[in-house]
Design a protein around this ligand. Structure first.
Ligand SMILES: *Cc1c(COP(=O)(O)O)cnc(C)c1O
Ligand code: SF4
Length: 334
């Protein structure tokens, strides 16, 4: 019997040398960063077990390992690329797109991804706690144009089931809201997070529920994910995936099409492929818009339309994510 998900989460690797040793690698194989206190290292064991031992270029390892390239100063990259503080009317609530709000119920994540645009985000200041819920519900009552609530983060599934259930039950009293969405990496990183209680809660709610999983590479989807995806599907949850286009990890037609087919095999459809948000410390992952467009053209040739993710980018102040035109004009770089 495996330990519960909180235990597996607590016993994540938090020391780079421990992980390297486990993977039969040494500091000589990789340019490890020594000081990364402001964005700590954290990788749960089930995710590590999908990495290939002895491979310093493993696509899962590269997503989590702090390397010296994070120190590169790059003029286009800043600490706050999305300027979300301007659309943050209530603590824990972002209202950028008219019909939907994004809530950050929890600042914690299952895993710390080095490319994350929230690596400098003031989580602590923007974590409403259960006390802050009232202001969120007040805001939603005053904004009946909002029909979908998106639980994001951090990772919303780092909240325990009892708290989550109380939150959903309160939310259900708001008649204007009909759709509930989770953006999460938890079920991927620790598949045991898909508990019986979670499944019952999602099956019972009056909301139409979707879950957007965040994964970037086919190797994240090993067989341990088949049962939890099936169970979520049986609980009437629509399963989608979004990826970030990451240099050295998934920037090839074959990597992206392998991911799409694997998602489909496990009952998940590709949703978005994001260009990297230009956050300081992640510039080594960047893939240009021109390269992205060429990759997408290759994907369209290779895949049925329903397995092609939409290529988008975030533009501060825009009323939606911005789709990138694949066939018209010259691509707008930068
Ligand atoms: C991405 C995002 C959404 C959801 O956008 P969709 O296009 O519906 O997936 C909502 N709010 C914020 C702040 C977002 O970043
Ligand atoms: S918000 Fe998402 S990408 Fe960022 S560290 Fe958490 S799980 Fe990773």
């Amino acid at each position: 019997m495996l330990s519960s998900w909180p235990k597996q989460w607590q016993s994540s690797f938090t020391n780079v040398d421990d992980l390297l040793k486990y993977l039969e690698l040494s500091r000589l194989d990789l340019p490890i960063l020594t000081d990364f206190t402001q964005f700590p290292f954290k990788v749960p064991r089930p995710f590590v077990d999908r990495m290939k031992k002895g491979d310093p270029n493993d696509p899962l390892l590269l997503q989590v390992l702090p390397i010296t390239a994070e120190l590169l100063e790059n003029p286009g990259f800043s600490k706050n690329p999305l300027q979300e503080d301007t659309v943050n009317p209530v603590s824990g609530l972002l209202h950028k797109y008219s019909s939907r709000v994004l809530l950050t119920l929890s600042g914690s994540c299952a895993i710390n991804c080095r490319y994350c645009f929230r690596r400098h985000f003031p989580y602590e200041d923007n974590n409403p706690g259960t006390k802050g819920w009232e202001s969120i519900f007040d805001y939603l009552r005053e904004h009946s144009e909002v029909n979908e609530v998106i639980l994001s983060g951090g990772d919303p599934l780092s909240t325990n089931d009892a708290v989550l259930k109380r939150f959903i039950q309160r939310l259900e009293r708001l008649e204007s809201v009909q759709y509930l969405r989770f953006h999460t990496r938890f079920p991927i990183v620790i598949p045991d997070r898909v508990t019986e209680d979670l499944l019952l809660m999602l099956d019972d709610t009056r909301f139409r529920v979707s879950m957007v999983l965040h994964t970037n590479h086919v190797n994240e989807w090993d067989e341990s994910l088949r049962a939890p995806m099936r169970a979520l599907h049986d609980a009437n949850v629509t399963l989608l995936n979004q990826s970030v286009l990451l240099g050295g990890i998934n920037n090839s037609v074959s990597a992206l099409s392998d991911l799409s087919y694997r998602l489909y095999d496990l009952g998940v459809l590709p949703y978005y492929l994001h260009l990297l948000d230009k956050v300081a410390g992640a510039s080594h992952f960047d893939v240009s818009a021109d390269e992205a467009v060429i990759l997408m053209r290759g994907l369209i040739e290779r895949l049925p339309g329903y397995l092609v993710p939409r290529l988008v980018r975030e533009v501060p102040g825009c009323g939606s994510k911005v789709p990138i035109d694949l066939f018209c004009a010259r691509i707008m770089t930068k």
